[in-house]
Ligand binder design. Sequence first.
Ligand SMILES: NC(=O)c1ccc[n+]([C@@H]2O[C@H](COP(=O)([O-])OP(=O)(O)OC[C@H]3O[C@@H](n4cnc5c(N)ncnc54)[C@H](OP(=O)(O)O)[C@@H]3O)[C@@H](O)[C@H]2O)c1
Length: 367
Amino acid sequence: MYLDLLLVGFGHVARRFVKLLDERASVLHDRHDVRCRIVGVTTARHGAAFDPNGLSTAVLLDRYASGSSIDGTDRDRAGRDYSWLLSEARHHTATACAEGRVVLIETTPLDVTNGGFPAIDHVREALLAGAHVITANKAPVAFGYRDLAARAAAAGRRFFFEGAVMDGIPIFNLVRETLPACEILRFRGVVNATTNFILTAMERGRTYHDALTEMQRAGIAEADASHDEDGWDAAAKTAALINVLMDGDATPLTVAREGIRAITPDRVHDARARGRRIRLVASAQREGGLLLGRVAPEELHPGDPLAQLDGLQNGLLLETDVLGTVGILQLDGGLTQTAYALLSDLITIAKQGTRDRNRGHSLAPSP
Ligand SMILES: NC(=O)c1ccc[n+]([C@@H]2O[C@H](COP(=O)([O-])OP(=O)(O)OC[C@H]3O[C@@H](n4cnc5c(N)ncnc54)[C@H](OP(=O)(O)O)[C@@H]3O)[C@@H](O)[C@H]2O)c1
């Protein structure tokens, strides 16, 4: 199956994703019969480019790295924004859109101040144009999951977001594919790599500032690092997990939230001296018919699986009605893992498209 990709955002995650696409091209082709080409890219400050015959990954990466516009011209080509990208796609890849072979890869930054916009609009408009959507951005699923999932279903398109929580480790796919008859009653997790790295580094004698700077340099901290420090990123992930896994209606604003700025080295060392560790814990549970989400630093007992998580490691414990507690650990997190989540969602879309076509189903919207 041939897929045309539109990228909105060409930052750390998207750039690692396009390299991974090249690195795994033979696996995609030989194992899954998928071939991809990037036909359009738009950014905030690095211009935009579109070519229905495919853009060169190497050229895009070189231009971005050199600081010039990704289309090789000056940066201020007015009007070359997301709407321009979609209108080019509608015009030049109309057949691919109609056949369900266009996929939007949404990797703009999380913005908690705007109710999930503009990312929600990016998803809505792409679905309307006939594209599937994959995002690593938590905003659409944390603020607009129910609406976007309904729109995707009505359009006969997929809306996937595995990379939004715990990078490439399957959570949403795991629950969707393997726990179809279980209820998730509650969950607890360490879901933000930057804060876990900072807390671990402080246990080892490094300063908060030094550890945060390392995360920013590695492209792992959010573009606005206060999103990590103040617990917004974890709150967005908590809302996403509540909405998808527990059929809730949360937003990051409804999650009770406390970040790690007030955690001092003394507090970290005092907890260590008592055999405990401070971790930023995200959790949700049902109470009196309500679904309550919470993000806060907690002192964890050494027997708690979440207390074992060091550095960039993340973990999630799902308490289910049938299987008891299911734990998922991410021992190696980072950009490649997030890029991999986008890739794995892409393969799922291609496989479903192939399956639908073999069954003679069109991917057109249901009446
Ligand atoms: N980094 C990670 O390890 C990680 C892990 C999991 C999930 N995520 C999520 O993945 C997303 C991307 O992360 P990242 O680290 O790649 O962020 P990033 O490096 O800040 O890149 C964001 C990209 O989005 C572009 N952009 C911003 N607003 C835009 C708009 N309105 N229209 C078009 N493009 C726009 C930026 O353009 P310019 O390049 O011109 O600034 C940039 O290319 C975020 O939502 C983040 O929360 C990241």
